[in-house]
Design a protein around this ligand. Sequence first.
Ligand SMILES: [Zn+2]
Length: 244
Amino acid sequence: MAAMLGALAACASVPQAARNPLADWRPSPNHNQRKAQLIVLHHTEMESASAALLTLQTRNSGGPVSAHYLIGNDGHLYQLVAESERAWHAGAARWGGIADLNSASIGIELDNDGQSPFSEAQIAALLVLLDDITRRLDIPRHLIVGHGDIAPIRKNDPSVLFPWQRLAEAGFGLWPHAQPAAAPVGFDPWSAMRLIGYDLSDRPAAARAFHRHYRGHEGEQWEAGDADLLYDLQQQLMDLSTAP
Ligand SMILES: [Zn+2]
């Protein structure tokens, strides 16, 4: 009986499915849970947080979706999925070398109809949550992106009204200096886009995503100032990669 209880206890701590039958199980205590590497922001494009909760908690007609968190327009914070689990918010997406964004990220939905400004209460709650998550999960504070950034062909959220500069002033996300230096002659904006993480398989869509995030519009053509801005972001990333 004691042996059986012991066996049951062992089963309870490590699910049988976690063990590969090809191998001898020699458990080690020297491990912890895998964790997210970046944070993806969305807008719900729905009329209310309660409508969004219903979609995020059920098998809705468009297929099941979820996110780790939802922040209401009033700033109320809901959690739907544990951070250690894989929420279904990114879909087909790519960021740098990461192709499975759901496995690699924490997803945060913002209750917003896609056309209205984001409320002060909601952004204040988001900043508190970002501070909490980046500290606990040790996620670099610049690795906060929009769904439209990681899926530029399919998605446009959060909308052009999302206050990325406000986030940057609080220390989150990648953002250019106020007076970026002039890009050198021969600078290739696409190489900077690739370094930042953008998928370039549809370059007009990638430029649209970049402009939505950094310039407040959704144009597909390069314009004056883009090269300087991209050069500034590229230099910041190079500095981060060489920081001790
Ligand atoms: Zn989204």
